[in-house]
Design a protein around this ligand. Structure first.
Ligand SMILES: Cc1cc2nc3c(=O)[nH]c(=O)nc-3n(C[C@H](O)[C@H](O)[C@H](O)COP(=O)(O)O)c2cc1C
Length: 184
């Protein structure tokens, strides 16, 4: 099972980077599979540490994924790294081995620390739709533009019916991103 997280790493200068990444988590072992052209991948190679944050703030997912925002954060307690300030819970990770293929790396990590601020209540339909829309927006190069519009309209309807203001702001940002890329 792949669990979506906000993944943070730092570069050699200590500059933090945040990006949504799916992880596979089994006890003290986590696998993360960033594409090789991502900053997350470069930072995991050079630094060897990362933090997987579990958050119900889907606006933050969109902001860091599509707009490169450095989210509010605080220092991790067991590794050189940072934790998303709004994380409900988080895992501080050290890379133990590396693999993957030409396009996508695979980092096996060990959990060094589990942090907790509050309960993660889960995603509603609107937040799921924002997450799906954001993933779609990262794949525009491979997707049929007609299908993208169809799916986006579907996700927007769900957010409109069931979402709160944050979900609406988030889907609007995804739409703007797609509009600029595909001239909708
Ligand atoms: C929910 C979600 C999950 C994602 N999971 C991955 C992943 O597992 N691997 C990956 O390379 N990109 C994944 N992405 C896309 C990256 O977050 C996106 O390419 C991001 O811009 C990479 O940022 P970076 O270059 O700062 O690391 C995901 C996006 C979303 C919205």
């Amino acid at each position: 099972m792949i669990i979506e997280t906000v993944f943070s790493t730092i570069n050699e200068m200590g500059t933090p980077n945040f990006a949504p990444m799916g992880i596979e988590w089994n006890g003290d072992v986590v696998f993360v599979r960033p594409f090789r052209d991502t900053q997350t991948c470069r930072n995991l190679y050079t630094g060897g540490y990362g933090v997987a944050s579990f958050s119900d703030n889907v606006l933050a997912y969109v902001q860091c994924c599509l707009y490169g925002e450095v989210l509010e954060h605080f220092p991790a307690s067991s590794i050189p790294g940072v934790v998303m300030k709004e994380a409900c819970t988080w895992l501080e990770l050290a890379v133990t081995s590396q693999g993957g293929d030409d396009r996508r790396a695979e980092f096996q990590c060990r959990v060094l620390y589990k942090g907790r601020h509050r309960e993660f209540l889960g995603f509603c339909r609107a937040s799921n739709s924002v997450i799906e829309a954001a993933i779609m927006a990262t794949r525009l190069d491979f997707l049929d533009p007609k299908k993208v519009v169809e799916h986006l309209n579907h996700y927007m309807k769900i957010v409109d019916k069931t979402g709160d203001e944050k979900d609406k702001q988030a889907i609007h940002l995804v739409r703007e991103y797609i509009r600029k890329r595909e001239a909708l």
